[in-house]
Design a protein around this ligand. Sequence first.
Ligand code: C5P
Length: 222
Amino acid sequence: ERTISIAIDGPAAAGKSTVAKILAEDYSYLYIDTGAMYRALTYMVLKKNEDLENEAAVKEILSDAHIELVPSESGQLVFVNGENVTEQIRSHEVTNSVSIAAKHASVREEMVKRQQDMAVNGRVVMDGRDIGTHVLPNAEVKIFLRASVTERAKRRHEENLSKGFTSDLAQLELEIERRDKLDSEREVAPLKKAEDAVEIDTTSLSIQGVVDEIKKIVQERL
Ligand code: C5P
């Protein structure tokens, strides 16, 4: 059997990580959540009270940040310089600031290098915004997940409520739209479907439905 890499891109809250985790588990591949790396960096920048717009400052913080993604029962733990930031990086504050840290060219260059090193032996499921276009341009399987903003906001809302967090559906919809806009319109490696990616609209599909679609594509390439 071939050693392959699976790249999953798409807008915010499209279900990428949920689906990627299941695929990684089923194939015994390594799951790499690249969004978590940008979130971990953002967390560090906010903690140091640095200006997210200041590229040199953000890049310097990244240079000093040892970011680890550790597989666990629940999917993945995230550490920065030994600190477990798994929960902190999902905060409202990080979520609404991360696209600023992620727009800087020198930051992306370093992140892409680290991500390519993690994937060097294949057998990875990597999700993000630029995986099919920049990080793993030669991935055997490239998927681009889409879903309507309304559906994505609804899913995130239900997820929040199930975790016991307060959640405002209309607010979520606005925040998701804003993040998509920033990620799609930035100059460096914007969110974009790779030409050779297979697009799946998940609006009316179940999680298992999406997983099954992707597995069909994987079987063809193995
Ligand atoms: O996937 P997630 O929503 O956790 O990603 C958080 C943010 O990190 C995105 O909104 C985007 O700004 C940035 N990101 C990126 N490139 C990636 C993954 C995430 O720019 N490959």
